[in-house]
Design a protein around this ligand. Structure first.
Ligand SMILES: [Zn+2]
Length: 640
């Protein structure tokens, strides 16, 4: 059902890193930026909030040009649409050394040209935050910011700080003046070498950070809270969790055990793959009121992640969804993009983006690992892994189809048509990663899998050495086998319909007709939805799906038209609510009444809910003798 798919897509949408390259391909390996060792000094003053805005002051080094352009990003890594942070800037002014205003010209949504730039001493402007005005723009909450005076400061810095033309490689000093007793959490590095500019501010009220370039400004969000923050170590990795919960419903302390257990298992899965010593998880729990963040999800950065989630969620929902789903995915981005990324990310263009072809790897492989590590680390049984990570994604794959290759979709991800279907990189691409993993195991007698391939790529490239976008697929083929090359050519770069069963059968996973628990309108694995629409837009029980024992007990027959459920008309407009919000909560013994139409006659069927069962084709592991090659390959795939 389209509605369900759409709701589910919105709910599970993880917005993650994408890659862009510069307009001029020739410049990719030779970035044109002026490398100035003199930093750009900036001050964000959180202590004076006017109309929900804060002031930013920025001092560039001496410029040797008569005109310069200052940009706020239009797009940042991790988002699939144009955000236009320039729209949040008011009263942009430029001054010379005598305090006289210089002539400025707003040249686009996100840029200001400054005349007599060789005289430029400082620029100032007010910055609006994004959470409380989300109806007026499309900045996805985890990429946005919140300024709630004396309560919470959630700062994605590209909302506040921009860059000068040709100066993205210039270092930055970032001073953040904050109210007393607020504590920062960020992967930014504090500097002890504090420039004179900041000395007039009491050290209790300011944190002064240093970055090597503009990318590090964008890549390191900062959160100020009154201390709802906890840290732990896993070997040499320090993890900090900060939670903002407006009604103090949830605390970092209560969530830490689940986060630690999950990330410890992730580290065990990664083995000697070790790319960062610090990781910060910045959680904002939203009231979801009109003036608060609406976009539930996460945005990964290289050594931290920002997460927005509803505050009224249960503790179990935070464990299962926020930690085990969102954060586990984001953390595995330390493999790719952090350690394996295309050339373009080094020279990311925040205003004239071009996209890479390899979202299938950045997102698909990451999503694959974030499901697979659980069965590898014995958190999930193989059946639970199949039910939660494979079957669902196969459904999405059928929904999206194969008419456009994943590489082409990735390259054109800013095209609204593909942007809308971005979840394909978390479903279809994830299943292709599964096929590659199994094929690699088969080709190496079980010795090597996808994680080994990623380690090889990370050794060859790494965080400081990007690969060429056009060469990745042929390079993987030469590192692996023609069999893997065929998967890449057909499923990643081609439009061949994907045959996942071909690969699952290699490890003895196949469809088997089994009796399983059932809700009244679909089985407990959400496989056998038993209602279809007829030409009159009425729902009928399709003969294509076996009736469960609950319906048989009530007297339902195939082709009966369902008119009412417990006195409520059953229409396309409310079917989702009845099916997914009501019927799955029915308890054994509850009374139930269906009004159905059979051969033109309305019939009332009443009874009590029973523990229903149904025959269903379930994807599951076959019971195989220990010497069966499929079982041997399965064990190598799951545990090596
Ligand atoms: Zn991601």
């Amino acid at each position: 059902m389209r509605k369900i798919i759409q709701k589910s897509i919105l709910y599970t949408l993880l917005v993650c890193t994408i890659y862009s390259c510069q307009d001029d391909d020739d410049n990719i390996t030779n970035p044109p930026d002026i490398n100035s060792n003199e930093p750009i000094q900036t001050l964000i003053d959180l202590t004076i909030v006017e109309d929900d805005r804060v002031m930013v002051e920025l001092h560039p080094p001496q410029l040797n040009t008569t005109e310069t352009t200052y940009y706020l990003p239009s797009i940042i890594p991790g988002t699939y649409s144009l955000l236009n942070f320039g729209q949040f800037i008011d009263d942009f002014k430029a001054f010379d050394k005598l305090g006289k205003e210089l002539k400025i010209n707003k040249t686009s949504n996100n840029s200001w040209t400054i005349s007599n730039a060789d005289q430029l001493e400082k620029i100032t402007y007010w910055v609006n935050d994004t959470f409380d005005t989300e109806k007026t723009h499309n900045v996805f909450s985890p990429a946005g910011s919140n300024i709630l005076e004396n309560q919470n400061y959630f700062l994605n810095l590209p909302n506040f700080i921009g860059y000068f033309s040709q100066m993205k490689e210039t270092p930055y000093i970032i001073g953040i003046k904050h109210p007393q007793s607020f504590i920062e959490t960020s992967s930014l590095h504090l500097t002890s070498n504090i420039p004179d500019f900041y000395e007039s501010i009491s050290s209790e009220l300011i944190d002064v950070f240093q970055t090597e370039n503009y990318f590090q400004v964008v890549d390191n969000p900062v959160v100020y809270t009154k201390g709802n923050s906890e840290s732990f170590m896993i070997n040499d990795l320090t993890v900090t969790l900060t939670v903002y919960s407006p009604h103090n419903t949830h605390t970092a302390k209560s969530l830490i055990p689940s986060l630690k257990a999950m990330m410890t298992a992730q580290k065990n899965f990664l083995g000697d793959f070790n790319t960062t010593k610090e990781y910060n998880v910045l959680v904002y729990l939203t009231t979801k009121q009109d003036d608060d963040a609406q976009g539930v999800g996460a945005l990964e950065h290289n050594t931290s992640t920002t997460v927005v989630y509803p505050e009224n969620s249960t503790f179990e929902a935070l464990q299962n969804e926020l930690i085990n789903h969102f954060i586990s995915h984001e953390f595995f981005h330390i493999i790719t993009p952090l350690a394996i990324h295309s050339e373009e990310i080094h020279y990311f263009d925040y205003n004239f983006p071009n996209m890479s072809q390899h979202l299938w790897m950045y997102e698909g492989v990451t999503e694959y690992f974030s499901g697979f590590f659980r069965v590898n680390q014995n958190i999930f049984s193989l059946q639970k892994y199949i039910d939660t990570q494979i079957v669902n994604k196969m459904r999405y794959t059928n929904y999206y189809g194969f008419d456009t290759s994943l590489t082409s979709r990735s390259k054109n991800i800013l095209n609204p048509q593909y942007q809308e279907q971005v979840y394909i990189f978390y479903s279809t691409a994830t299943l292709v990663a599964l096929c590659i993993d199994i094929q690699l195991r088969e080709d190496s007698n079980g010795e090597e899998g996808l994680l080994d391939l990623m380690k090889k790529l990370a050794e060859k490239y790494g965080s400081e050495k990007p690969f060429k976008d056009d060469n990745l697929l042929s390079e993987i083929t030469s590192l692996t086998s023609p069999n893997v090359g065929e998967i890449l050519n057909q499923y990643i770069d081609g439009t061949t319909p994907h045959d996942y069963l071909k690969y699952l059968r290699k490890v003895g996973i196949d469809y088997q007709n089994t009796t399983i628990d059932s809700y009244y309108f679909f089985d407990s694995k959400y496989n056998s939805f038993n209602l279809r629409l007829n030409d009159q837009n009425e729902f009928f029980f399709t003969p294509k799906v076996p009736l469960n024992t609950g319906l048989i007990n009530l007297g339902v027959q195939h082709n009966d038209i369902l008119l009412q459920v417990n006195g409520e008309d059953f229409l396309t407009s409310n079917s989702y609510d009845i099916l997914y919000n009501k019927s799955i909560l029915w308890k054994t013994g509850d009374p139930v009444t269906l009004l159905i139409k059979r051969d033109g006659q309305e019939i009332t069927l009443s009874g009590n809910i029973i523990d229903a069962k149904v025959q269903s084709d379930i994807l599951s592991p076959l019971d195989l003798p220990t010497d069966d090659p499929r079982l041997i390959l399965r064990n190598a795939w799951l545990k090596n």
